[in-house]
Design a protein around this ligand. Structure first.
Ligand code: NAD
Length: 334
């Protein structure tokens, strides 16, 4: 079986490499620089070794491309493109739409199309399927499924193989084929009753983190005002073996997921007349943390940083990643 993975970033390249053990993979990316680099066996993503990529290329199991013709004969498509926010912080599905255009215009036989990009419930059914059908010149009956990606960049203990994977098809046939595909390189598949449940679960996972990070960030401020160490207090609370999960205060959240995904959930909630109070407030608390960190540094340095050099250590949102998208440190440095 030949597959195409649209988008060769953190999610898409990782999937392309894991799937490459079992399938011939075309890694489609509209950035020619990335395509050129990948075809030379150079990986730009932590966790994907250049040597693995080179082996796949040598074995004829991987090729990057930005030419739609190269995906015309695939049997299965995985979409893994960015889902950012617009400048007024609304869900931006433009990249998904462009990926649908590539698929719709180039694939003329029925295939299974799996979306791995994070988006709000209803995206597969009400956006991706109609978009691909709109861009196809001939009426093609594709199968559609969702399997939200859970990759945690820079992490060694969990990967595609041992991280349980959620999935759901728009039809039973799509679900069955999706299971068959992922079961080749993932040990634990969790099928849910509809694509909307899978889409919502992914957003809720990241919203859970966002809200808890905001809570601990607020608690850091409370602890400071009480003159006690937030770290010692959190360690003390963490000695409870159940009912508590430790989060660590920070200058805010970063990366493509936690600062963005909860806003997708809030947007769809509000569109349906449901409250998203926690999500909105958590976002504000996290956004305000950079200012708070700077105020603390200023206060600890005689009330002014004028004429002083400041060393900022750690710019990405967590250790061992190079991803500085949405980083709170940018605000701190400003
Ligand atoms: N990074 C993570 O840890 C992570 C984890 C889980 C889910 N996700 C989700 O996965 C999706 C992709 O995220 P990512 O971090 O891999 O993004 P990324 O920016 O690392 O990679 C996206 C790639 O898609 C390419 N691209 C953009 N539009 C394209 C198009 N129309 N056709 C072909 N290629 C196109 C870009 O050039 C880029 O290389 C997002 O929805 C994100 O929320 C990300």
């Amino acid at each position: 079986m030949k597959i195409a993975v649209i988008g060769q970033g953190y999610v898409g390249l990782t999937i392309a490499v894991f799937a490459g053990d079992h399938f011939e993979v075309v890694g489609f990316d509209n950035n020619p620089k990335i395509v050129d680099q990948l075809n030379r066996g150079i990986s730009h993503i932590e966790g994907v070794e250049g040597s693995t990529l080179q082996n796949r290329i040598k074995a004829g199991r991987y090729r990057a491309s930005n030419d739609g013709v190269d995906i015309a004969d695939v049997d299965l498509v995985v979409i893994a493109v960015p889902t950012p926010l617009t400048s007024d912080r609304k869900p931006d599905l433009d990249f998904i739409d462009a990926a649908c255009k590539t698929v719709g215009e180039n694939i003329k036989k029925p295939v299974l199309i799996i979306n791995e990009s994070t988006s709000f419930p209803g995206t597969l059914r009400n956006f991706i399927k109609p978009a691909i059908e709109k861009y196809s010149k001939d009426a093609v009956e594709h199968l559609f499924a969702i399997s939200p990606e859970r990759v945690d960049p820079g992490r060694g203990d969990y990967n595609q193989k041992n991280t349980p994977r959620l999935f759901a098809g728009l039809t039973p046939e799509a679900s069955a084929m999706t299971r068959e595909f992922y079961s080749k390189f993932c040990d634990h598949l969790v099928e849910v009753s509809s694509p909307e449940v899978a889409e919502a679960a992914k957003l809720f996972e990241n919203t859970f983190r966002q809200v808890n990070i905001a809570l601990v960030n607020e608690f850091a401020q409370i602890a400071h005002s009480l003159g006690i160490s937030v770290y010692e207090t959190l360690d003390a609370a963490n000695s409870k073996p159940y009912g508590f999960m430790k989060f660590i205060p920070s200058a805010g959240v970063g990366g493509h997921c936690i600062p963005v995904d909860p806003t997708y959930l809030a947007a769809v909630a509000e569109e349906h007349g449901a409250p998203a109070t926690f999500i909105r407030r958590a976002n504000e608390v996290n956004l305000e943390m950079s200012r708070y960190v700077v105020d603390r540094v200023v206060a600890d340095n005689g009330g002014s940083l004028a004429g002083k050099s400041v060393l900022v250590v750690g710019v990405a949102y967590k250790p061992n990643v190079a991803d500085v998208r949405e980083t709170a440190e940018e605000v701190v440095i400003d």
